[in-house]
Every structure is written in C-alpha cells, then in structure tokens.
Design a protein around this ligand. Structure first.
Ligand SMILES: Nc1nc2c(ncn2[C@@H]2O[C@H](COP(=O)(O)OP(=O)(O)OP(=O)(O)O)[C@@H](O)[C@H]2O)c(=O)[nH]1
Length: 364
C-alpha cells in the first residue's frame, strides 16, 4: 500500500528558484524494522521546519495501520493522501506510474521541497531507486538524491549473518550494499569496541558509502540530504569523494562475506562502445563469472572513466541492471588519466574484472 503525509506550513520559506524549474529531490530511507527510521523522519521534519516535506511510506500488504501510526512533526497541518497506483505498492508499479502519481499529487497540493520515501523493513531499495533515477530527457519533476540505510547497532550482527534458504544475499547486506549514506543508529546500546566491529562489518560490504554513527537518529542534515549521489556534479571528482570520506581507494576485504566492495584503478582511455559492451555483459547478460564459475552479481557500481578522444570525464553509475552515464569536468592537459571503478556485489573476482578492463583499455 502506498500513502503520503505532508507537513504543510503556512509561512513557507520563500524559494529563490521558481517552482516550475526546480526538481524535487527524493531520498529513500530504508532499514530493518525498529532501526530508527521514524525517529529519523521526525528529526528531519523538526529541523527542516518551514519546508514542505512529503513523507511517502511504501508499504507492502494490506491495511494502512502502519502509516496511520506515524507522527510527522509537531507543528503544521498533516494530511494523508493515497497515491493512485494501479499495481499496489510503488516498486511493483510501472516506473512512470509511480513518478506520475507523485507529480499529480504535487499538481494538486503544490510542489514539495523534498520527498522522503520510507520503505518497509525488508525492502530491497534497488527497484524503488530505479523508479526515481530518471533520464534527464524525461523532464520529471523529481530526481533521486540518494539512498539512506539505517542500521540497528544492537541487532546488526544478527541481521547481517542471517542465511537465506535459497542462498541469495540477505536483505540486510543488500540494503547496506546500496546505501549512499549508512547510519549506524542506536550506538548508545553497544560498547565502542562493539561499534568498531560493526562499522568494519558495514565497510566490508560497502566501502563507498558515507558511514555515520548516531544515537536516536541525531544527525546533521547536511550529511544526509541533498547529497546528489546519483549525479556527481562537475567539480566533484570521484577521487575527492573517497578522500573526503576519510578512506583511500582500496580493496578492503577483511571479513569473509559474499557481498563486498572492490575498487579498481587503471590509466589509459576506453572506447565508448567497448565500455558499453563490458557493462552490458556484466550487468545485463551476467556472463562474467568468478574463478569458481559463479556469476558476479553487481548491486551497485560507480566509475570515473576517461574515454578515448574525449576531453571530459565520464561518470558511470549502476544499480542492479540499470546503468547511466554523464560527462563531468575536463581532464587537464598534463594530467594522467586515472580511471576508477567501484564494484559492490557478490562473487567479485579482482583478477577477472581486472582482465576484463585491461581488454578495453588503450594505454596512454
Ligand atoms: N536506545 C535507543 N532507542 C532508539 C534509538 N533510535 C530509535 N530508538 C527507539 O527504537 C524504537 C524504534 O524506532 P523507530 O524510529 O520507530 O524505528 P523504525 O525503523 O521506524 O521502525 P519500524 O517502523 O518498525 O520499521 C523506538 O522506540 C525509538 O524510540 C537509539 O538511537 N537508541
């Protein structure tokens, strides 16, 4: 089921950018039951006082009791609106339907400054993210800002180690893999030594996300909103993202888990057609295997690529099978063109992926 609530302030802060031209960011908030998602939503709504923030609850199953029990801010008019989706929950609906339903609601109720989309405990944020991750050409009113994962420090170990009967990646690891920001919440319930282990566990899966520790979801909003995770802006180099987050480009794999982060760097240039063909083989055809014959299952990929005969850097992003790319800043004429690709997924084999990339690189 799908419901929307909004904190509607009468004295809205005037916006400098006209509504008609401003796209509305969407942050997906995911995490296990009880991790602190509602606490975080309340924290955001209180701190963003005066902004029109829509909170969307993407629920599976029957009934609306969960939505109704949720409080959103202490002040402001609260209303609940059912979005008209033909196929039940948002991630099961056709991509355009979900976005269209939100756009229709904004036409009716006025545009929001921000949309927070909370998913149920076990949801895979991948399919939901793909709904909001739209091509520029579609001229949508909304765009995906990032995926925020809340982790319960008290129960992370239990959730992380749970095995699925069919051998697939469990929900906890899947969520962590896709996080652009990961909040390890409820730090008041664990010792600092336990917390260090938890953070290392999270890092073993996702070495790229911004990792924050919180108690009662108390976080600086600048760290979690407007992060532009799906559109690295022109002046922000992928290398900078690594450096600013306090860890260097590395292949961190201290814990033996099936989902992990692998970062590869290489100098040289790549032909566009060969890059596409590599990505399609890896993401669509899924014929790239590790040395035991297991398919490499990519959950998330980010890359900074130097294309042959191209002055601008190319940023590539993928979530599951979906990938997209766009040009950013120009390479300096004297600069050595260092490509970086970050893979987050299962059965990643460094030497095989290196071989695949070597085949498409034209050394400088
Ligand atoms: N001790 C402690 N309790 C917390 C913290 N954050 C949230 N809680 C409490 O944990 C409980 C669950 O928090 P919620 O914010 O409702 O969690 P949720 O993720 O929205 O839960 P669901 O809606 O069931 O998915 C509440 O009683 C919160 O007050 C924290 O950092 N420390």
């Amino acid at each position: 089921m799908f419901a929307m609530k909004e904190e509607d302030e009468e004295e809205d802060v005037p916006d400098l950018i006209p509504f008609a031209t401003k796209k509305v960011p969407v942050t997906i908030i995911t995490g296990f039951f009880g991790a602190g998602k509602t606490t975080l939503l309340n924290h955001i709504l209180t701190k963003q006082h005066g902004k029109r923030i829509a909170v969307i609850l993407n629920e599976f199953g029957e009934g609306d009791s969960i939505e109704k029990s949720m409080s959103v801010g202490e002040k402001g008019e609260l209303f609940e609106e059912w979005l008209e989706l033909r196929n039940g929950c948002l991630c099961c609906s056709v991509k355009d339907n979900g976005v269209k339903a939100i756009e229709n609601l904004m036409e009716k109720k006025g545009k929001f400054d921000y949309i927070l989309l909370e998913t149920t405990g076990l949801a895979d944020p991948g399919p939901i993210a793909s709904i909001f991750w739209l091509d520029e050409e579609l001229c949508s009113d909304v765009y995906l800002d990032g995926i925020l994962v809340m982790v319960d420090a008290k129960y992370l170990k239990q959730h992380f180690e749970a095995t699925k009967q069919d051998g697939s990646i469990n929900e906890c690891q899947r969520q962590i893999a896709l996080g652009d920001v990961i909040l390890v919440n409820k730090t008041d319930l664990v010792t600092s030594a336990e917390l260090d282990v938890l953070k290392e566990t999270v890092r073993s899966v996702n070495g790229f996300a911004k990792l924050l520790e919180t108690s009662h979801a108390d976080v600086d909003l600048d760290d979690i909103l407007n992060i532009n995770a799906y559109c690295l802006s022109g002046d922000m180099k992928l290398e900078d993202v690594f450096t600013k987050r306090g860890f260097s480009v590395r292949d961190k794999h201290t814990i033996d888990q099936s989902v992990r982060t692998l970062t590869l760097q290489f100098n040289g240039n790549v032909k566009r057609s060969e890059l596409d063909s590599f990505l399609q083989t890896l993401l669509w055809e899924k014929t790239v295997q590790d040395n035991s014959g297991r398919t490499m299952n990519i959950l998330r990929l980010k890359g900074l690529i130097s294309l042959l005969d191209c002055e601008e850097r190319l940023v590539v992003q993928a979530v599951h099978e979906l990938y997209d790319s766009h040009y950013t800043t120009k390479w300096e004429s004297q600069e050595s063109r260092c490509n970086i690709v970050v893979f987050i997924g299962q059965n990643l084999d460094k030497s095989i992926l290196e071989n695949c990339l070597q085949k498409i690189i034209i050394p400088t």
